[in-house]
Design a protein. Sequence first.
Length: 447
Amino acid sequence: MKRFIETLKNIYKIEDLRIRIGTTLFFLLIYRLGSFISLPGIDPAQLANLRNQTATGLLGLLDMFSGGAFSKASVFALGIMPYISASIVIQLLGIAVPYFQRLQKEGESGRRKINQITRYLTVVILIFQAPAYLANLHNQLPPQAFGLTGTLFTVSSVIILTAGSMFIMWLGERITDKGIGNGISLIIMIGIIARLPQAIFQEFVSRISEQGGGLVLFLVEFLILYVVFMGSIMLVQGTRRIPVQYAKRIVGNKQYGGVRQYIPLKVNAAGVMPIIFAQAIMFVPITLAGFASSDGMSKFASAFANHVGFWYNFAQFLLVVAFTYFYTAITVNPTQMAEDMKKNGGFIPGVKPGKKTVEFLDTVMSRITLPGSIFLGFVTILPTFAMLIGINTGFAYFYGGTSLLILVGVVLDTLQQIESHLLMRHYDGLMKSGRIKGRTGGGQAMY
């Protein structure tokens, strides 16, 4: 405790760090306040049906990411997810489209162009999502919930929802530039944490109302959550170090090389992206089944609509494992790594440079990705097991999936940046021994 208080004092002494943390908290406060402002023309007292609809399933996940703004019919109802969807599309285009491949190699100017294209694509996605959200409001809310109707309400609401999401994106960029941590990731994390107190309180009340050890079960649930949390930290930080020997080179009177360094290959280089892809794919069969009238398709849809059913979770587990390998292959390029080593006079001891090095790196990545992908798949379906043993649905979401991994990754990244500021000014870091490992070493810095 004494060390923690001393660290807080050191943070306060560093003016730049103090301003950055204050700026971050100020922007996050604006985001949270905006999530409570309902759309003009909507009666907040009439949103009970919408809250019931977002209690479980995909809409429940979207509501959690938006910090409850989705179920409040807020001006921030669509949240940051359209921007994330646009970013995913641009990343995939960077694999197949030569134009985006060139932009990725142009450095800072290319990055600015990619960001601009991502913003434009975000607006396009919002133009389609906003009317769909309004149509859902009309289906879920009674007529008396709408103070405005017709074209005026639709057009004004589409503009407000689009502007709200773009404003959130702007807040995220400002946090990244002027604050501490990755702004988009922090906004997602705050949205998730905003649901945590209510979920814990509801679970506590439900356990206390039980007779015969309800409080003990509540404590056991937290113990299990702690174990899963620590396992997620190990998944985020886990690496396999590959030794690289650099040959001696003498240039003039100076000697270069002759030392051994290590390449850290991450166990989970794909981050949380496989879970996002898998959850999006899982709702495709249900959508297609809605356009079919056959009994076979209805049974198929009902099987995959059951979020605690075997086939839904089995298919989602396999998809997460498959997408982990797919996204790792995108983010980690053994050929480029082998070429870089060769250019710098490096080689892996016992492995010939060139093709053999590529094959060696590819084999190592495949082996370390397997346990990482299996654990990632297990974490994805863990909320289902929590629901099956009677844990409240809202609290069960925090046992795995994107919520837990995002919380772990974002917290570690932010603490790593704070520690870097402290160490640069010769203050003790946040950890007594060792350093905090975030996801910046090869994983996804965002989401």
